[in-house]
Design a protein around this ligand. Structure first.
Ligand code: PAF
Length: 253
């Protein structure tokens, strides 16, 4: 089982001891409700580093909808079971310790973050980038692992690391999918049986070789509420709503 740190002071002492040992450190940041997609990030981190840190922090500043934050699943026990054998340490900090400044200081990107997910969820990427910067400063990993499912997040984190000269390698990891093609997500568990069956049409329609507008129309016709379908630098990104569950995905064009 990973050793759990709830107090940042205790974690910092452990991290300082690691500096003296010269071991390499891989980091997988999460908001918990772990599934096989997270497990694959942890396994990759395990294979490429001497030690692996997992963080579990449901970051309030990246939720623009308080109801969404409230219903976000919190499953620490099963999360630690899933990380067993692959993570050495689990950081599980409190909101008070993570935001001693009450979120008065924040990280903003001025272009890509306003589009797609950012347009649908104002302030979302400020929250993501701010917490990722805090976590990278606390963990000081050699490598940090991010899933390609959150493609826009991945691009923004890579951009921040370049812009601020952060001494970490960001490792993109392929999306893990169910056999019918639906990308694994903590949110999928909110779907009914029929909703789950329909959800598989989302990546299938995104993948069809048609203009983005046509894909958006096909998704609407299939019964999804469509937030956006956009092509960006060789990747098609989409977000849809189904039974009040929001699904996002992307495919290479
Ligand atoms: O992708 C996520 O789970 C979150 O956005 C992250 C990177 C852990 C920041 O809260």
């Amino acid at each position: 089982m990973p050793r759990v740190y709830t107090r940042l002071g205790e974690w910092k002492l452990e991290r300082a001891a690691m500096d003296r040992s010269g071991l390499s450190l891989g980091f997988v940041p999460t908001m918990g409700a772990l599934h096989a997609g997270h497990r694959s990030l942890l396994e990759r981190a395990r294979a490429e580093n001497d030690r692996v840190v997992l963080s579990i922090f449901v970051n309030p500043t990246q939720f623009n909808d308080p109801a969404d934050l409230k219903r976000y699943p919190q499953t620490l026990g099963p999360d630690l079971d899933l990380a067993d054998g692959v993570a050495d340490y689990a950081l599980f900090p409190s909101r008070a310790e993570m935001y001693p400044d009450d979120y008065n200081y924040r990280m903003t990107e001025g272009s890509l973050s306003a589009r797609m997910e950012g347009a649908q969820r104002p302030g979302h990427f400020d929250g993501v980038l701010t917490v990722v910067l805090k976590l990278l400063n606390l963990v000081r990993p050699h490598r940090a692992y991010f899933g390609e499912k959150d493609w826009q997040q991945l691009l923004l984190v890579q951009g921040m690391v370049r812009a601020l000269f952060l001494p970490v390698e960001i490792v993109p990891c392929p999306t893990v999918r169910d056999p019918d093609g639906l990308a694994l997500s903590s949110r999928n568990r909110g779907l009914s049986e029929s909703g789950r069956a329909l959800a598989a049409a989302f990546p299938r329609i995104l993948r069809e070789p048609a203009p983005a507008q046509r894909a958006a129309k096909a998704l609407g016709d299939a019964g999804f509420g469509v937030d956006y379908v956009e092509d960006h630098a060789g990747v098609r990104l989409g977000a849809v709503r189904l039974e009040e569950i929001r699904l996002i995905d992307n495919v290479r064009l």
